[in-house]
Design a protein around this ligand. Sequence first.
Ligand code: SF4
Length: 227
Amino acid sequence: MARPAHKLTPRTKAVAVLGALAERYGEKERAAPSDPLAVLVRGVLSQNTSDVNSGRAYRSLMDRFGDWDSLAGATRGQIARAIKSAGLADQKAAAIRAILDWLGKQDGYSLDFLRGLDSPEVERRLRAIKGVGVKTARLVLLFGFGRPVFVVDTHVLRVSKRLGLIPPGCGRGKAHVLLDDLVPDSQKYSGHLNMIEHGRRTCHPRTPACDACPARQWCLHVRGQVQ
Ligand code: SF4
């Protein structure tokens, strides 16, 4: 017989929750890693906007400049005009400019020189760039370098709090540390994608569809214990 939810260790609960989400939404197979620099720029563009808008901005950037070397010759204003569909265009253009300036002092417009470093060091170096936060740095690790790190976006944060995997007042930075520890490496890739899918399809911010939720038995929100 399954143990009552309140008797599970946090790690066992995380594994059970992710297993239930995988059953509902499917286990996600690891795709071939993408160009890490493309992941980094897309990560910057994705801040505070939808995938549709950030994807449109990235295509516009590539259509306008063609490759990284041409983009490196662009001014901040030119970049901002190309990415306006992502919103916060000036701020994001400044971050992209900072990335390109940083790479200009390295070995060219590629992140390949980071491949030999361990994940915390890659994250530290990327976060030292103005405008690159913990989520964006970890997206590069997960999708660009194929590393087992857990990435927390707005959906993952909300779902994890409702399910009691992290404390209700937990911020994004702390959530990365806690969930990285709770989620086994083998589940980090699929778990990240399935938590996002759950947040989009079922565990909506305002009116979650709790009656249809595969993780309801572990949820603190349905018991009125968290928002
Ligand atoms: S039971 Fe409702 S609030 Fe809880 S995780 Fe499922 S959908 Fe979200």
